[in-house]
Design a binder for this molecule. Sequence first.
Ligand code: CA
Length: 236
Amino acid sequence: MQQVYKATDVGLVRKGNEDNFAVFDTVYAVADGMGGEAAGEVASQMLVDTVQQALSGREHIDAGAMQSAILAANDAIRDYVREHPGCEGMGTTATMLHVDEGRGKAYWAHVGDSRLYLLRQGSGQLEQLTQDHSYVEDLVREGTITREEAKNHPQRNMLTRAVGAMENLVVDTGELAVTNGDTLLLATDGLMKHMTDEEIARQLCQGKDDPAHSLVEQALNAGGRDNVTVVVVSLV
Ligand code: CA
């Protein structure tokens, strides 16, 4: 069985919440929109609407199906921008997960700097399954800056990939074996801005009644600089 907890909050600084999430048919998604005015909100909403429409009620969902759904959202957002030139530059992250317990597998698809993490039962250690598509991530990988320096880098919000931002979008995908006791976490960067992987793992291991709200609360207590969205899926 999959126990699902979800929470989103505008944070303490931003005026609007440009994050969105979707939970349906053991498919989970978070999206962090960007663009001036209300454009970011529209983009992340289009992402969750499009993937839900594409995958809802489908018999077999794998990483390829989620990849196609994200590409459909990419087309939809780009069509929208063509009709609304004022929305130029709008886009969204997309991190998706499907857990198929019958097959003992989890599938994911991902674009941007939201993240999917895995906490194996008993390990106490968080494993980041997705790679950030961001300028600072590239600098870290090149060895130009450290992971710590990336957190405060002036260009830390610059993405190298976003849904809606490019015609030929590349979507990362993956799959892994999962079992009872494993926990998967999807989160927008509003969480990681305020919490280290160790802090997130500790919070998840505490066995709180609602780990999603607990994590969001921690991010708010730490300053809530950004919108924050969390979906926690526990296999029990
Ligand atoms: Ca954000």
